[in-house]
Each structure stands twice: as C-alpha cells, then as structure tokens.
Design a protein around this ligand. Structure first.
Ligand code: FAD
Ligand code: DHB
Length: 388
C-alpha cells in the first residue's frame, strides 16, 4: 500500500493528524494495535484549553463539543480551612472546557476522515533517513502488511516503538519520576462543585473534576505501588471527603456509584529532536507530563496543530521550511507545559519533608492572594496560544 503519511497510533494525536491532513488533501493511513472500541472507551483526560477547542472547532469537530461540553471560568485551589476561586476569564480573558478525551476520540472516529487499520501487531519503521520510508506490520489475521510513505508520524503514545527509531547518538531524553501516583474514579453522581477543586491536604492531594452534570471524576494521591483493589469505594469516598473538606463552610461531598477505578503513575519525560529524517514524533510519543494541570491531551493537540501544516507544505508544495522548524517550535511549548505540570504537581502533592510542606503552603497563599501569582497560573492552565 502507498500513502503520503503513515501514522502510527490512533489516539488523539494520530486521529487528529489524519483528519487535518485529509482536509488539506494529503493522504494518510493510521495503524493501531488496539481495537476501535478499546481506543474509544479509554478513560483519560477531561480538560480542553481554549486553543484546543478553537482548533477542533476550526477543523469541523466542534459541534458536539460546543453543545455538550462545559466552559469553565476557572478552578478552586484549597488547603485545610481555606478555598479560593481563581477566575481565569477575569485574570487573563481565556479559560478551559470540560469535555472528555473519550468524546474527542468519538468525534474523530465519527468524522470518518481517517483510514485506520486496527488490531495490528509487530509494527516496524524502516528507512526514515531516506526519502522513501516505510512501515511493516501484521494485520489482525497475522498477515504481513507494508505501507510506503513520504513521511511517518510517530503518534504511538508513551509505550510505542517510534521514539526508539531516533538513534541514541542523536536523541536526548530528560526524565523525572515522582514518588506518588493517582487513584482515579469515575462516579455516577452529580459533581459536588461548580468548578474543579485542587486540594492540598496533609494526607495527600485530591482533585474533584467532572465529565457532565451527572458524572464526576475524582482523584487521590496514593503511594507508588498502590493497587486499585486495595481501596474499597467507601474508603475512597471517606478519604475524598477528608481531603476535599467535607463540612468546611457547609460544603458537602456527595458520594455515588463508582463505575471505574484505576491507578496512574506520574512521570515527566521529554525526548528531542521531535523530527529525525522523515520521522516526526507527536504527543505522548515524544513527551509525557504528570496529569496535574491537565496538559497531556492539550499538548498532543498542539503538536499536531503544527505538524499538519508542516507536512502539508512539505508534501504538497515541496516546501520544507515548517517541517524543518517543527521540532524546535513544538519543543518550546512542550517545555513550558513540562514546567507547569511539574510546578502544579510539586506544589500540591505531599512528600515526607515538613519544610517542603511549608513552602507549598506559602506558594499556595501567594498564588491565591496575588493577582500576578494567580494570572501566572491562569495563563498556563488556560493554555498559551498555539505556536507559543
Ligand atoms: P495516546 O492517547 O497514548 O495514543 C497512542 C496510540 O498509539 C494508542 O491508541 C496506542 O494503542 C497506539 N499504539 C501504541 N503502540 C503502537 C504500535 N506499536 N503500533 C500502533 N499503534 C500503537 N492527560 C491529562 O491531561 N489529564 C488526565 O487526566 C489524563 N489521564 C490519563 C490517564 C491515563 C491512564 C493515561 C495513560 C494518560 C492520561 N493523560 C491525561 C494523558 C493523555 O491522555 C495523553 O497525553 C494523550 O492521550 C496523548 O495522546 P496521544 O495520541 O499522543 O497518545
Ligand atoms: C482532570 C485531570 C487532570 O489531570 C486535571 O488536572 C484536571 C482534570 C480530569 O480527568 O478531569
């Protein structure tokens, strides 16, 4: 089979890239190891920056988002005895939307613009340092397949093979692991809050998020190595109530049936360059952020917003300028989001050093008490413009 761009991975980065390329009359084929149902039902991120919403809207993917998503003006930051609202719209004139990654994925599948081969295995990338790269794989029945392309997009997430194709002599990686994880639940209960609550608490961080007026998403900081089975639903709700301040100033956390429970490790990782020959990396294939601050999905969308026009100019007009700049342009935002996610994570999670705890509280008081501090958080959380 021959196409212009072979895309590895049908997550949000790969599917959005295929969609944007199709709209620019560039052919692409997407290879995905999992089934369509599995990819569409993975519960992950839930917050879209304004620039992600604008990009999806301009790409014709905004109808359901605007009808069923929820614009939010800001967040609450709290610690025992205090809760403060940061109004991003007042502070910086931009904000965020609550719209699940599962919904973004459904919109991309329903657009029917991507040609996807699901349930492949043994995907291998060849000859990316030539102008005739290709990908080999086995299809769902185990039959060998080959896609010849002019460019290959590695959108295969944190465990895919693409990033390892960049030779070790060329690649640089940076990594930070954190000494805690998140236990996340999805629950069939109306959110107990109008805006997300990020809570510092001596027992550990807690986050109250949501997906809709009848579905809540909540997280607890737990030690690494925790298994979701160690936590009964009752224990989770009791701990959430403590950390989120049930009873504080009359606020109540309403529990409900838990429909999903999982543990997420926390890691920062960046690999550069994001382009090697005819291979272009985008999304989690090139960088991973801890979830605090909700940057992972938005960063994948921002990469693709740069990569689609770069590949279009390269393959339709033989103009390499944007493709040559892709890695540097994308990395600027990657490092900004890597810093912000690290900063939010280290400000809100409890370690074993009481000195750190005092610094965290001092930082929280400054961020909530100073307009300059609040605006800095707001500017990063609501997201910088694409191309920053
Ligand atoms: P992915 O969504 O990982 O997609 C990569 C795709 O490539 C997958 O479909 C995978 O099956 C496929 N693939 C892998 N290997 C191969 C191969 N060899 N061949 C073909 N296909 C392959 N971010 C937030 O901002 N907030 C959150 O709350 C949040 N929660 C998360 C929870 C979990 C459990 C995880 C794993 C991530 C979470 N993230 C969150 C991060 C966010 O979901 C990711 O940043 C986002 O999915 C990145 O999109 P992507 O397309 O780059 O990668
Ligand atoms: C969600 C996840 C986050 O990491 C975050 O900072 C905010 C919201 C969520 O899944 O809803």
């Amino acid at each position: 089979m021959r196409t212009q761009v072979a895309i590895i991975g049908a997550g949000p980065a790969g599917m959005l890239l295929a969609h944007l390329l199709r709209r620019a009359d560039v052919d692409a084929v997407v290879l995905e190891t999992r089934s369509q149902e599995y990819v569409a039902s993975r519960i992950r991120a839930g917050i879209l920056e304004q620039s992600s919403v604008d990009l999806l809207t301009s790409a014709g993917l905004g109808d359901r988002l605007r009808a069923e998503g929820f614009p939010h003006r800001g967040i609450y930051l709290q610690w025992p005895g205090e809760r403060h609202h940061l109004d991003f719209v007042d502070l910086i004139g931009r904000s965020v939307w609550v719209y699940g990654q599962t919904e973004v994925q459904k919109d991309l599948v329903n657009a029917n613009t991507a040609s996807v081969v699901y349930e492949v295995s043994d995907v291998q990338v060849h000859n990316v340092d030539s102008s005739a790269p290709y990908v080999t794989y086995l299809d769902a029945e185990g039959r060998p397949g080959r896609i010849d392309a002019s460019a290959i997009a590695g959108c295969d997430g944190s465990f895919g093979p693409s990033r390892a194709v960049v030779p070790a002599s060329v690649a640089t990686t940076w990594e930070r692991t954190y000494p805690y994880s998140w236990l996340g639940i999805l629950a069939d209960v109306a959110p107990s809050t109008d805006e997300l609550i990020y809570a510092w608490h001596p027992h550990g961080f807690a986050l109250h998020s949501m997906r809709s007026p009848s579905v809540s998403r909540l997280y607890l900081q737990v030690p690494n190595g925790t298994s979701a089975g160690d936590w009964s639903d009752q224990r989770i709700w009791d701990e959430l109530a403590t950390r989120l301040g049930h009873g504080q100033d009359g606020w109540k956390l309403t529990p409900g049936p838990v429909t999903d429970k999982s543990v997420l490790p926390m890691r920062s990782f960046v690999q550069t360059p994001m382009r090697y020959g005819r291979l272009f990396l985008a999304g989690d294939a090139a960088h991973i952020v801890p979830p605090t601050g909700a940057k992972g999905l938005n960063l994948a969308i921002a990469d693709v917003a740069l990569l689609a026009p770069a590949l279009t100019a390269l393959l339709r007009n033989n103009d390499p300028a944007l493709a040559d700049r892709y890695g540097d342009d994308a990395s600027r935002r990657v490092w900004r989001c890597t810093h912000f996610s690290w900063w939010m994570t280290t400000m809100l999670h409890i370690g074993d050093d009481p000195f750190d705890a005092q610094l965290q509280l001092s930082q929280l008081r400054w961020v909530t008490g100073s307009e300059a501090g609040a605006a800095g958080l707001a500017e990063n959380y609501a997201g910088l413009p694409i191309g920053f």
